[in-house]
Design a binder for this molecule. Sequence first.
Ligand SMILES: [Zn+2]
Length: 285
Amino acid sequence: MSSPKQRPLPQSLGLPFTGADSHAHLDDERLLPDLSGMLERAVSSGVSLIVHMFLQHERYAANRNVILEAAAALPKAPDICFARGLHPEDVLHADEEEWERLVEAVKTDPLIRAVGEIGLDYHYEEGYSPSALQEPWFRRQLRLAKELGKPVVIHSRDAWDKVFAILDEEGMRDWPLLWHCFGGDRTRAKQIMERGWHIAFGGASTFKANAEVREALHEVLPERLMLETDCPYLAPQPWRGKTNEPALTVFTAECLASELGMSTEELWTLTGDNARRFFGMEKAQ
Ligand SMILES: [Zn+2]
């Protein structure tokens, strides 16, 4: 985090150690070199749980223990758990070996609490991941999640109707499913709620132009709401354009709490509790 002079630091919000970043990519090249510092800033900002997405076997094999050891070496660290999945943008290079490793990891690693992020991404029309390839991998991973009784984290970009259609066809209604980086309106939020699913709001929901996304918040049941960074991408205001990291989740909380007319602290703890419940990371009593 640079230029702290012009922007408030996340610690300055003084939130309790009860919040969660439900979607992070800590193994990104921009974040990995300062893993310890990033985890310390998360703690001092009130982030008590980070859910990290592992999208490729190679990265999982290389970084799983690096992340856990960095946390273990600190006097106080957020709890960390993982999701493991094949991202729609990676399917072109996926083969049976990658699949077998994914299945093995989801079956055997107790810290992998969900299959994700998986879904469809039609943002690049002439992309390197043709839609005809994305769909079968998406369905295969949904079936794996059902077979193993795992929650699912959904990535959907420019593919709303198709993602809903596939999820309905695969019988995902009322399955523990988290719609990551929600960017829709009230109607989309309603469709997600009707199906019994959860929604995570990220930094983009704080951008001035995204009033529609903030309005959709009013359709979300309190117990189904989560916060996320999707770091290193999409830092919330007032850090927009900078490298995102878990500590900055507090600014999304502040913005959304004001939209909902509740205190930031209340929303912080509510969404943190929701993430813990969803990913099976409840604190020991
Ligand atoms: Zn992501």
